[in-house]
Design a protein around this ligand. Structure first.
Ligand SMILES: *[C@@H]1O[C@H](CO)[C@@H](O)[C@H](O)[C@H]1NC(C)=O
Ligand SMILES: *[C@@H]1O[C@H](CO)[C@@H](O)[C@H](O)[C@H]1NC(C)=O
Length: 186
């Protein structure tokens, strides 16, 4: 009897933790994300610039790279021709180097030492009540990976407890994904 109770108690605890604190419920399911960073005395500012996935990592000012396998019976690749990136909480993790990363479709493998827990979508009380991607212990950073104008170069998304050198703190806001889904990210 005791073990049965333990099994029942566990999902209840998960449910209780996921009940939003605010009146409006945060939508569940996949979402898209954008970087929000105010200038704070720099030339680097973004108001929802799309965060796109490519090569296992996330960037702004870089195209999504997508892959749809040819010749899979019943799979119509034209239905997955979108350019946007949608996220699912369970598919993202922070690699040991701090880079926000995603598991490849049909695979759960990730480097040991990766951080997979502590992410949630939370509704802010301020500034039009955006729904942002919250991390319990980490802050989000934009780290430049190309040269160029401050607002045009490519930045990679990192999560860290302290600011990596040369990077800018940012907020990650989340949105309901638009039409155009991708089969998987390459
Ligand atoms: C990134 O994704 C958005 C859609 O979410 C798309 O409009 C944009 O063209 C993509 N590429 C870049 C470089 O932002
Ligand atoms: C946050 O960090 C503390 C201390 O390192 C750790 O005990 C806790 O598990 C972390 N929380 C999450 C959600 O990862």
């Amino acid at each position: 009897m005791k073990s049965v109770l333990a099994l029942i108690a566990c999902p209840l605890a998960v449910l209780a933790a996921s009940i939003p604190r605010d009146v409006e419920a945060v939508p569940s399911g996949p979402f898209s994300a954008g970087a929000w960073k105010i200038a704070q005395g720099t030339d680097v500012f973004f108001f929802g610039t799309a965060i796109n996935a490519t090569g296992g990592k996330f960037y702004i000012n870089r195209d999504t790279s997508t892959y749809c396998p040819e010749g899979v019976s019943g799979l119509d690749c034209t239905a997955y021709s979108g350019s946007g990136t949608s996220f699912a909480i369970g598919n993202v993790y922070v690699a040991p180097d701090g880079s926000l990363s995603y598991t490849q479709a049909h695979s759960a493998s990730m480097p040991s030492g990766s951080i997979v827990t502590g992410f949630s979508r939370e509704q802010s009380q301020a500034f039009g009540a955006p729904i942002y991607l919250y991390s319990a212990n980490l802050s989000w950073y934009l780290c430049p990976v190309t040269e160029g104008e401050p607002r045009e170069r490519t930045y990679q998304i990192f999560a860290s407890s302290e600011a990596p050198e040369g990077c800018y703190g940012t907020q990650v806001r989340t949105y309901t994904p638009g039409s155009g889904h991708v089969w998987q990210y390459a």
